[in-house]
Design a protein around this ligand. Structure first.
Ligand SMILES: C[S@@+](CC[C@H](N)C(=O)[O-])C[C@H]1O[C@@H](n2cnc3c(N)ncnc32)[C@H](O)[C@@H]1O
Length: 225
């Protein structure tokens, strides 16, 4: 799952992970993050998720990171936002697009980095109040996930997370999305976070509708609080 893999997926329009409706689990469980209006939410591996628009409409600032520039461009075009593009001062390979929803009375900023998440530092993305991970951890192969969970906690300074995962028999489907067991969640996150399972319900994997899948929603809170 290197950069070429994702570039090709976007170029060929193979983006079955993209949802045309706001994720109902985000709407159902966002209150568990206990966020005041005006919070800054980090959306790793964001694609062009419409969930970011919903978060902005709730009064939050959104910071995403996405490897594929065309995904970021599509996001802003599809929501009629003319973004400003800024180059990273130290690393010209990274840039971010920034814009605001039109038609909103209060103008929440959506900032989307075009970058490999592992190439960003906490100072780049700024203070973060919460992380929303949908189809990010599960997009990454097993050998990358410990590095990813470390990077998320470093970029967000252990901010609380709403994390959506899928659990199924990995022998039946190669992924992505990859299966993540509850034990793996503990392995990746229990050093830094208190972990609560908010939901574990049967779900369908579009790519293999016959398969038995459980969708989990996890709330991760900083252990030091
Ligand atoms: C499965 S998609 C999920 C997108 C989004 N979270 C959603 O719910 O629609 C994973 C996304 O992560 C991006 N991606 C993969 N590896 C990345 C990395 N190392 N850094 C930043 N983005 C990455 C891919 O281009 C792809 O758009």
């Amino acid at each position: 799952m290197n950069s070429e893999f994702w570039q090709a997926r976007w170029q060929e329009g193979r983006i079955g992970f993209h949802q045309s409706e706001v994720n109902p689990l985000l709407i159902k469980y966002i209150n568990h993050l206990d966020l005041p209006v005006g919070s800054r939410i980090f959306v790793p591996l964001c694609g062009k998720s419409i969930d970011m628009v919903w978060l902005a409409e709730q009064g939050h600032e959104v910071v995403g990171v996405e490897l594929v520039e065309s995904a970021v461009q599509e996001f802003f075009a599809e929501h009629n936002i003319s973004p400003t593009i800024y180059q990273h001062t130290d690393n010209p390979a990274n840039k971010y697009y920034q814009g605001q929803l039109s038609g909103q009375s209060s103008k929440q900023t959506i900032t989307l980095w075009v970058a490999d998440i592992f190439a960003l530092a906490a100072d780049d993305i700024g203070a973060i109040d919460a992380v929303y991970d949908r189809a990010a951890l599960i997009a990454l192969p097993a050998d990358t996930r410990p590095k990813y969970s470390d990077q998320i906690q470093q970029l967000s300074h252990h901010a609380s997370q709403l994390l959506l995962t899928l659990n199924y028999d990995q022998n039946e489907w190669a992924g992505p999305p990859f299966s993540i067991s509850p034990d793996q969640i503990l392995q990746y996150y229990s050093d830094y976070y208190q972990i609560a399972e908010l939901e574990g319900e049967p779900a369908t994997l579009n790519a293999n509708p016959e398969m038995t899948v459980t969708e989990h929603v996890w709330l991760l809170d900083d252990k030091r609080d």
